[in-house]
Design a protein around this ligand. Structure first.
Ligand SMILES: Nc1nc2c(ncn2[C@@H]2O[C@H](COP(=O)(O)OP(=O)(O)OP(=O)(O)O)[C@@H](O)[C@H]2O)c(=O)[nH]1
Ligand SMILES: [Mg+2]
Length: 261
């Protein structure tokens, strides 16, 4: 990966999230979609880690007479507990031919647990090169009244750790909420999540996804295209600083400005 980074621009993504939140599922879903030309707007160009992708995607291919397996992915374990392995994917955007090389680490959830609990940051050295960070959260935990507050506080604590790690300049951050197929996130929940992050001064975009789906209404791979778009920086994360509004005749906008704010 460092060889490739020396010769071309590579977008490194930091992928964090507690065990079983859906990190590997997002990577498998992304790979299966681009490999099968199912991803809107993007086409597969190359990968230097096809074997590694095939390895993590094997579960999702193991269908039994048309029935999906109980588990699409297995718990991620690391051969090397000190350094992450990266998956590589080169995509081409159909609209303008832009190529992006993504470096995606598939980390075990325990790394995030240890980062939140004990600020164990040394093995996250690679994150200094990260251009975007995904914080993956299990959408079912967010939907559950009992677990919700705990999940939101953990995301807050994690963003504090990231602030320290990046000396206040945290890269583009996305809260990737999995299990969209189990139901849509209530607006009040996404507002609480956003408020928690604003309070910590770490702006982030909340993106609901369903790498796999148990529902007929939500297609597997839901939201993954949007996640890639935001990751490579197509869409701004911050709200517009000074929104434009076309002037209206006789609106007395100048006098009313303070009142409408
Ligand atoms: N139906 C459905 N299943 C999902 C979704 N996201 C993840 N899963 C399943 O949830 C389980 C855990 O997902 P993983 O991607 O393995 O979780 P992880 O974050 O990589 O977990 P660790 O490797 O243990 O840190 C797997 O069985 C996935 O197939 C989703 O959006 N919908
Ligand atoms: Mg995993």
């Amino acid at each position: 990966m460092s060889g490739m980074m020396a010769s071309r621009y590579v977008t490194v993504v930091g992928i964090l999230g507690d065990p079983e939140s859906g990190k590997t599922a997002c990577l498998v879903s992304l790979y299966l979609m681009v490999a099968n030309a199912q991803m809107e707007g993007w086409a597969f160009a190359d990968s230097r880690s096809l074997m590694a992708f095939e390895d993590i995607a094997r579960g999702a291919r193991d269908w039994n007479a048309g029935h999906p397996p109980q588990q699409m992915t297995v718990h991620t374990e690391m051969a090397d507990d000190r350094r992450p392995g990266f998956l590589h994917l080169r995509l081409v955007r159909k609209a303008d031919g832009r190529r992006v090389d993504l470096a995606l680490p598939d980390l075990p959830g325990e790394w995030t647990t240890a980062l939140i609990g004990t600020a164990q940051v040394d093995r996250f050295e690679f994150m200094r090169a990260a251009e975007a960070i995904w914080v993956v959260v299990d959408g079912r935990a967010l939907a559950s009244k009992d677990r919700r507050q705990g999940v939101i506080s953990r995301v807050g604590q994690l963003s504090e750790r990231l602030k320290t790690m990046f000396d206040g300049h945290v890269p583009r951050m996305m809260i990737v909420v999995t299990h969209r197929d189990a139901g849509e996130m209530a607006e009040s929940v996404s507002t609480r999540l956003a408020t928690e992050l604003e309070r910590r001064e770490v702006p982030a975009r909340v993106i609901p996804v369903a790498p796999f789906s148990d529902s007929a209404e939500i297609k597997p791979g839901f939201g993954i295209g949007e996640l890639i778009g935001v990751t490579v920086g197509d869409e701004p994360i911050l709200p517009e600083f000074w929104p434009e509004s076309p002037p209206q005749k006789d609106a007395r906008s100048y006098l009313r400005y303070r009142r409408v704010q």
